[in-house]
Design a protein around this ligand. Structure first.
Ligand code: ADP
Ligand code: MG
Length: 587
């Protein structure tokens, strides 16, 4: 229950909806409680017809009068019930919306570290299933609780007024009903959670099959996978049947308990009427009590259902709270605008990946001035990508400083920093959207011309216009699949269109041929004249025109200098240079 207190801020935010909801509930319950008494009076009026000196005309008139009252009360009650739902359920939808957004904002703030520790399926569950369960608490659960409470008080007052003793008999079986339903609902919820879990296993399993379908077909593993899915489905069927069994118990069980309660009222009420004791002096009172009882059974039964709903909501809110409590390691430390020019300095930077304890960089120092180009070369795993991640402040250094324009990187406005960097990551990621929108991701309001210009610079325009729909071609799941080199170039166009102060290219020419590489590098030469550029590569051809070249090995700088300096030095660069020269000659 403590967990659910987190939601109180939302009840306060929607206090008007909440208060109106409660007020209409009170009014609706009061009007509803008039009904049994009206019906009781109607029945007594009919019964009075049996007495020998009855005035038929007068009785008919009275009857008509009561019927009008019953219709009026019912309509009023219906109208108020409608508004109760409008206020309270609408409030719960508002809260659901706010909570979803809150969870999503938190997702966006959290760092890569978090995403590596959590499975996508779990993240999806937080925002969909857990939030839905919480909504059941802020909506239906709260509404039924208020309704039950008020109805109980009002009805008991009415009943007590007529006959205290019969009131006692009437409400005595109700706690049993409520408890039994609570037990049953808890079981149903448990089974339904199991069923849901199984369902999500099946869907993530099939999702993986769909994305790996080419591999599965190539290895002709269809039969094995069919069997696996069948086994999972079989389990799901069993769970669904368990659930269906419990669900079918629910209705008959409730009816039986309500039936017993009705019998109690009829038996004891009848006895009291025959003896003429305890306030039961007419048939109408017994009828009124049966109606009162039936007014109570549904809300009292729903209390059982509500408590199990609240339990579930608390469990869900607990998971949500745990995750809202996580503070992202990387925070924006200033609201002030930071103008980024592009001088970059690394001072004795070391970096250890917290989750694996891998020391990715050790005492790395270098300087690049605005407008210069730095090339970083080295074997895989030597720390090249890590350098770029530190410049985008996706991580903070373990020791040493990264300075931009002479300022500590963590003192800059994080959003301004990232906005002035154009990154082309090693594994180009494209969204399932048109090519145009994928490029425009770097600059949302870019014009058609700007998109084409960026694509030209990235040497991918000619490929794009060969597609039937050209820039409107859909990529990804429902569209075409680009080749590795095309993906890299679209990803470069995305960074170019942003016109950033700092351009970071992480091995993004690995899948294009040397000729295209040459074209792109030449285009970039002009484009990046006044920008700071870092090119990560494993080709000398990408590095040779850079103002400065760094060679990394196991996180340490083992060589640095210009192309001319390095080819005259024994070491990695010279070896690579000659190896790649001879490869070029051979082809
Ligand atoms: P490069 O780009 O030169 O191939 P990286 O900078 O990607 O090298 O990686 C340097 C080292 O850090 C490697 O040993 C790699 O396994 C490790 N590493 C890279 N990224 C992560 C990460 N997100 N979490 C943990 N370790 C990582
Ligand atoms: Mg890398």
């Amino acid at each position: 229950m403590k967990e659910l207190q987190y939601l109180n801020k939302y009840f306060i935010k929607y206090k008007y909806l909440f208060c109106f909801g409660i007020l209409t509930t009170i009014a609706a319950q009061i009007f509803a409680s008039f009904l049994p008494n009206l019906i009781s009076s109607t029945i007594n009026t009919i019964v009075s017809n049996f007495s020998p000196d009855a005035d038929k005309h007068l009785i008919k008139e009275k009857l008509f009068h009561f019927i009008l009252l019953i219709i009026g009360t019912t309509l009023l009650n219906a109208f108020l019930t409608f508004w109760t739902r409008q206020w309270l359920i609408v409030m719960s939808r508002h809260i659901e919306f706010d909570l979803k957004n809150e969870v999503f904002r938190q997702y966006e703030n959290l760092t890569q570290h978090f995403y590596k520790q959590n499975r996508t399926g779990d993240l999806m569950n937080r925002i969909s299933e857990d939030v839905s369960k919480v909504r059941m608490y802020v909506g239906p659960a709260v509404m039924y609780t208020i309704m039950t409470l008020i109805r109980f008080i009002v009805v008991v007052i009415f009943m007590y007024h007529a006959s205290p003793k019969l009131t006692l008999y009437t409400i005595l079986p109700l706690p049993v009903l409520s408890y039994a339903i609570f037990k049953l609902s808890t079981q149903i919820n448990k089974k339904s959670t199991l069923f849901q879990q199984n369902l999500s296993t099946i869907s993530s399993f099939s999702q993986e099959i769909f994305s790996g379908i080419r591999v599965i077909k190539a290895y002709s593993l269809e039969k094995q996978y069919n069997e696996k899915v069948e086994a999972l489905s079989e389990e799901s069927k069993k769970k669904a049947m368990d659930l269906a069994w419990l669900n079918s118990l629910f209705g008959p069980f409730m009816l039986a308990l309500i039936g017993v309660s009705n019998l109690v009222v009829i038996y004891f009420g009848g006895m009291m009427y025959i003896e003429g004791t305890d306030g039961v002096t007419d048939i109408g009172t017994i009828a009124a009590f049966i109606l009162f009882l039936n007014m109570l059974t549904f809300p009292v039964a729903s209390l059982g259902w509500v408590s199990s709903m609240v339990q579930e909501a608390a469990a869900s809110q607990k998971r949500i709270n745990e995750f809202l409590k996580i503070r992202p390691e990387i925070k924006n430390n200033t609201e002030e605008h930071s103008e980024i020019k592009g001088d970059i300095v690394f001072e004795n930077v070391s970096f250890v990946y917290g989750d694996t304890n891998i020391k990715a960089l050790e005492n790395v120092s270098f300087t690049i001035k605005k407008g210069e180009t730095l090339a970083i070369l080295g074997k895989t795993g030597s720390g090249k990508s890590t350098v770029l991640q530190l410049i985008g402040r996706l991580y903070d250094t373990t020791s040493g400083n990264v300075k931009i324009d002479g300022k500590e990187i963590s003192s800059l406005n994080l959003y301004d920093l990232r906005n002035s960097i154009g990154t082309v990551p090693q594994d180009a990621f494209l969204f399932s959207d048109t090519i145009k929108n994928n490029i425009r991701f770097g600059k949302e309001n870019a014009t058609e011309e700007e998109v084409i210009d960026a694509a030209r610079k990235a040497a991918v325009h000619d490929n794009i216009i060969n597609f039937k729909l050209q820039y409107e071609t859909m990529l990804g799941e429902r569209g075409i699949t680009l080749s590795g080199g095309q993906k890299q170039r679209v990803s470069i166009a995305r960074a170019i269109i942003k016109d950033p102060e700092i351009l970071l290219l992480d091995d993004c020419l690995s899948a294009v041929d040397t000729e295209t590489e040459e074209t792109i590098l030449n285009n970039l030469l002009d484009f990046s004249k006044d920008k700071t550029t870092i090119i990560v590569s494993h080709r000398v051809s990408s590095a040779k025109n850079a103002d400065k070249i760094i060679i990394l090995e196991d996180g340490k700088i083992i060589q640095q200098g210009s192309h001319n300096q390095l080819i005259n030095q024994e070491g990695y660069y010279k070896e690579l240079h000659f190896k790649q020269l001879s490869e070029k000659e051979m082809t």
